[in-house]
Design a protein around this ligand. Structure first.
Ligand code: GH3
Ligand code: MG
Ligand code: MG
Ligand code: MG
Length: 294
């Protein structure tokens, strides 16, 4: 059930809205703007119905705060108020409300508008998800990598923490496709992505499909030795999946990994180190595959 947050200082108004929407939606009521802000930032709502006239912080001020917070800024807000003048309505819409409903309202209209905005919100979320996800594997895609690497590199530069970049490539994969067929190859790419991504679960980790049977990852905070050890475990984990390969080259599907750990400086670039990781990967292939070169 979709969640809606109602922020209204009047228990009667809140109960009325809950009555109208409670059958279709999971409703949370906040009776103060402070509680509204707290609820909005600690739970995930598909919509916020916000009263304007409240003691202390008014709905406009709360709306502004919601728009400034990363976690709440994408949640649609409908202002629902007795203020019927054009200036108030214009102000609310300029501040970012998706809709403005004047009290007294008709319940069918409230329902219809809420349904529409929730539909639009879900549609937007779906598009956002698709734009950053690789369809075959469900991990982040190249586009998301390009965006995320810029932000994280800047962060690591500011914090002066070690940053590791690594590239992965499935060994002898052309032969795999030739032996077992392209659809079976797709399944292997998905299985490898699933296994490897399970090793990048910290909030500062990042893992993506870079293209084809190649993946990219970065880590923050670990020194070179620790990162190297972590990647060696991952290489082993993929081999341990025991996905049969063409026995003329290897018993199981394996991966080669190239990577590098640096402490980013103001004048260094992520792309430069990504190229180094790629060169290390090339070395891993040259030295016989199924290994990590750091
Ligand atoms: P190496 O050990 O040197 O990496 O050998 P390789 O054959 O894996 O190297 P190469 O990069 O030349 O070939 C990668 C192959 O991966 C080519 C292509 O057929 C296959 N491939 C790329 N993308 C996909 C995909 O989405 N699905 C499948 N099934 N195969 C793919
Ligand atoms: Mg009020
Ligand atoms: Mg390749
Ligand atoms: Mg390959």
């Amino acid at each position: 059930m979709e969640k809606i947050l109602i922020v209204d200082d009047s228990p009667l108004q809140a109960a009325h809205l809950k009555d109208i929407l409670g059958d279709e939606y999971d409703i949370t009521v906040a009776q103060t703007p402070e509680d509204g802000l707290y609820q909005a930032s600690t739970d995930t709502f598909s919509l916020i119905l916000l009263d304007v006239v409240m003691p202390g912080m008014d709905g406009f001020t709360l709306l502004k705060k919601l728009q400034e917070e990363i976690i709440t800024q994408s949640v649609p807000v409908i202002l629902i108020t007795s203020l019927s003048d054009v200036e108030s309505e214009q102000k609310g819409l300029i501040l970012g409300a998706v809709d403005y409903i004047v009290k007294p309202f008709h319940e069918l209209i409230v329902k219809a508008r809420v349904n529409t905005h929730i539909k639009l919100y879900n549609y937007r979320k779906q598009i956002e998800y698709q734009s950053k996800t690789d369809q075959l594997t469900g991990v982040a895609n190249r586009r998301q990598h390009d965006l995320c690497s810029v932000t994280r590199w800047k962060e690591a530069t500011r914090l002066k923490v070690p940053f590791s970049v690594c590239m992965f490539d499935i060994d002898r994969f052309k032969l795999y496709n030739d032996t077992f067929g392209h659809p079976a190859g797709d399944k292997v790419i998905a299985a490898v992505a699933k296994e490897v991504s399970s090793y990048f679960k910290r909030s500062t980790d990042f893992f993506a499909r870079y293209g084809g049977e190649e993946f990219v990852a970065f880590l923050m905070g670990d020194d070179s030795e620790k990162a190297f050890e972590h990647l060696k475990k991952i290489r082993q984990a993929v081999e341990n999946l025991h996905i049969p390969h063409n026995p003329s080259v290897s018993e199981w599907v394996t991966i080669s990994i190239g990577g590098v750990t640096i402490i980013p400086k103001e004048d260094s670039s992520y792309d430069f180190y990504l190229k180094i990781a790629d060169a290390m990967l090339y070395d891993a292939k040259k030295f016989g595959r199924n290994q990590v070169v750091w």
